[in-house]
Design a protein around this ligand. Structure first.
Ligand code: 3PY
Ligand code: MG
Length: 250
């Protein structure tokens, strides 16, 4: 149905790639290196909807599940992405039970939600049974990354969504730890631990954005169900800098 769901059913963690540069070549290439899913990020960076549509096809061709982070937790754009072949939605800034229900309503057809019918690409993958397969083929993740979301987590967890995804930079910013994805601020570290524990206690999965491979490994060891690798531009510049430095080395 969805590789990410299958891995979770087997109790295995999920590693996802993260794309902020528009284009299909690198999207397909990253999908082929072993990521379980690759996220196209429309919130931060220059990717627009037409880019994302092509990138999702390239990711699927490369063998990973295409996920998207839409620009906002907004039903019409979420439904359009699902119709275009997104099999995971990571909705930013979900701050309340009502906002989490908005996400849930956008990903499920009636009676579970109010998604409108028009699945142009998914019916090609599920030709005979898409109405029944839709909910199980999609992974819905609400981003918890504000003080308000932290306070309202119990309500957010009541919504018909699969998982929570922590945005550590915004969370750190909100809790006074500065705009860093790997905060040393005890309040932030404690919030991340508490979100993981409360989400698992509610029977849902929890993922986190990881800005280093070390942070990703640490979070998997703590029990997170999904971690990211570095965004494409970060990986490219790190590899390029290492190459330039190595060539210049005296
Ligand atoms: C955050 O860390 O706030 C994120 O949204 C990760 O992309
Ligand atoms: Mg964020």
């Amino acid at each position: 149905m969805n590789k990410v769901r299958e891995l979770w059913k087997q109790g295995k963690p999920v590693i996802v790639g993260w794309l902020q540069i528009p284009g299909t070549f690198h999207a397909e290439a990253l999908a082929r290196v072993g990521f379980d899913a690759v996220v196209v990020d429309l919130q931060h960076g220059p990717v627009d909807f037409a880019d994302a549509a092509m990138m999702m096809a390239a990711i699927e061709a490369g063998g990973a599940e295409p996920f998207v982070r839409p620009q906002w937790n907004e039903p019409s754009s979420i439904m359009k992405m699902l119709d275009t072949g997104a099999y995971g939605i990571i909705a930013p800034m979900v701050n309340s039970e009502a906002e989490a229900r908005l996400l849930a309503s956008a990903v499920h057809y009636p009676p579970r939600g109010y998604r409108s019918w028009g699945p142009r690409r998914p019916v090609q993958r599920y030709p005979s049974n898409y109405p029944a397969a839709a909910s199980d083929s999609i992974v819905s993740m609400a981003m918890v990354e504000t003080r308000e979301a932290l306070e309202n987590l119990d309500g957010i967890l009541k919504a018909d969504i699969d998982a929570i995804f922590i945005g550590p930079s915004d969370l750190s910013l909100a809790l006074g730890g500065g705009a860093t994805p790997i905060s040393k601020e005890p309040k932030v570290i404690e919030a991340i631990r508490s979100i993981r524990e409360r989400t698992h206690a509610a029977g849902k999965k929890v993922g986190i954005f990881a800005a280093s491979t070390g942070f990703a490994r640490e979070k998997l060891a703590e029990g997170f169900d999904l971690v990211t690798s570095l965004p494409d531009l970060t990986m490219l510049t790190m590899a390029a800098k290492a190459a330039v430095d190595e060539i210049r080395r005296k």
